[in-house]
Design a protein around this ligand. Structure first.
Ligand SMILES: Nc1ccn([C@@H]2O[C@H](COP(=O)(O)O)[C@@H](O)[C@H]2O)c(=O)n1
Length: 316
C-alpha cells in the first residue's frame, strides 16, 4: 500500500493494519510458493485461526516432507535408505536394494502414470525390500547407531515446527510409508519426539533376541495411505481443522479417515521432476513449495493460526 503524501512510520502502520484485516501472509508471495487460489488459502487460514489451537491437528508425511530431499548436493536418506549400513546389511543386499530403488523410484514419481497403475508396483518394491531386510537378520540394538551415523536431516525450521505444536498441544500425526522404528529414532535423536506426536508407519517385528523376523500389520506404501487412514481413523478424529503436509499426491489421502472436518489445508513439497509434476501438484495441493528445503511456510502458517497475537505484536 503506497501513499506518497504521508510519513513512513504512519505508512508502515497502515500497511500492517491493511495486512491484518486482509489476513495477508507476505511469505506466500515468494516465487517458490505456488497456489491455485491464494484468496481461498488465506480465507482457510483465517477460519482456522478463529477456531484456534483446540480445533487443529497436523497430519504429515515423513520422508522428504519433514526430512530434506537433499543437502549439499547429496540426496538425504529416507528411513529405508538409512538401513544401508554395513552394520546391518551386506554388500550383495545393498546392491539389490539400490537396483530396486533405481527401478521403482522413477515409477513412483512418474507424472504419466496414475496412482492406480503405480499401486501394484509399489507393493512389489516395498515387499521385495522388506524380504531382503528380513534375510539380513537386522538387529534392533544397532538401529540407534545406524541412525546416528546416517546423513538423515530434518528440514530447516523443524525445531520450531515440533516445539510449537507441542507447546500448544496440537496433535501431530506422522503418517509414513517408511520404517517406523527408524523414523522414531530420527525424531528422538533430534529431541522432538514430544508427547503430542503419533506415528503410523511400517514397524519392524523383532523376535525375543531382537532380530528382525517380519514387518507388523498391513504394508503402507506411498499410494495406499487412504486404506491406512481408514484403518487408523480413530487416531485421526476429534479436531475439525487439518493442516496436511506431503511430498506425493498419495499423501493427500492421509486425512481420509476423518469425519466432521471443517477445513483442510494441504501443502505439497515438490522436490523432484518439478516441471513434469508442477501442474498436477498445483491442481491437487492448496500450496505447493518448489524445491524448498525448509519448513518456513508451514511454520508461518502455524504461527498465524495458533499465535496471532505474537505475530502482530512482533511486527509492530
Ligand atoms: N525401499 C524403499 C521404499 C520407499 N522408499 C522411499 O520412502 C518414501 C516413503 O516414505 P514417506 O515417509 O514419504 O511415506 C517413499 O517416497 C520412497 O521414495 C525408499 O527410499 N526405499
Amino acid at each position: 500500500m503506497q501513499i506518497p503524501w504521508i510519513s513512513t512510520p504512519i505508512r508502515s502502520v497502515l500497511a500492517i493494519w491493511h495486512q491484518f484485516i486482509k489476513n495477508e501472509i507476505p511469505e506466500l508471495s515468494k516465487c517458490s510458493v505456488l497456489m491455485r487460489d491464494r484468496a481461498r488459502v488465506e480465507e482457510t487460514i483465517y477460519s482456522m485461526k478463529r477456531t484456534g489451537p483446540s480445533g487443529l491437528q497436523v497430519i504429515s508425511d515423513f520422508d522428504m516432507t519433514l526430512t530434506r530431499f537433499s543437502y549439499k548436493g547429496q540426496r538425504v536418506p529416507t528411513t529405508h535408505n538409512i538401513l544401508d549400513n554395513r552394520l546391518l546389511i551386506d554388500e550383495d543386499c545393498e546392491k539389490k536394494i539400490k537396483r530396486l530403488l533405481n527401478t521403482y523410484y522413477p515409477i513412483e514419481i512418474d507424472a504419466q502414470l496414475s496412482p492406480e497403475q503405480k499401486q501394484p508396483l509399489m507393493v512389489e518394491w516395498w515387499s521385495k525390500v522388506h524380504e531382503l531386510l528380513i534375510e539380513q537378520k537386522i538387529r534392533k540394538n544397532m538401529l540407534e547407531r545406524v541412525v546416528r551415523e546416517s546423513g538423515s536431516r530434518l528440514r530447516e525450521g523443524y525445531r520450531e515446527f515440533f516445539d510449537l505444536l507441542s507447546e500448544l498441544q496440537v496433535p501431530l500425526l506422522i503418517f509414513s510409508a517408511g520404517i517406523g522404528d527408524v523414523l522414531e529414532e530420527v525424531i528422538r535423536q533430534n529431541n522432538v519426539f514430544h508427547p503430542n506426536v503419533n506415528v503410523i508407519s511400517n514397524y519392524m517385528d523383532f523376535d525375543a533376541a531382537g532380530v528382525l523376523q517380519a514387518f507388523k500389520g498391513q504394508l503402507i506404501h506411498t499410494f495406499n495411505k487412504r486404506e491406512g487412514a481408514l484403518l487408523h481413523g480413530a487416531r485421526l478424529r476429534g479436531r475439525p481443522n487439518v493442516l496436511l503436509l506431503g511430498d506425493s499426491l498419495g499423501d493427500l489421502n492421509m486425512a481420509d479417515g476423518l469425519s466432521n472436518t471443517e477445513h483442510i489445508l494441504t501443502i505439497g513439497f515438490l522436490n523432484d521432476q518439478v516441471e513434469e509434476r508442477k501442474e498436477s501438484y498445483v491442481k491437487s495441493f492448496d500450496i505447493v513449495l518448489v524445491k524448498d528445503e525448509t519448513l518456513e511456510i508451514p511454520n508461518v502458517i502455524l504461527k498465524n493460526i495458533l499465535k496471532p497475537q505474537v505475530r502482530w505484536s512482533k511486527r509492530l
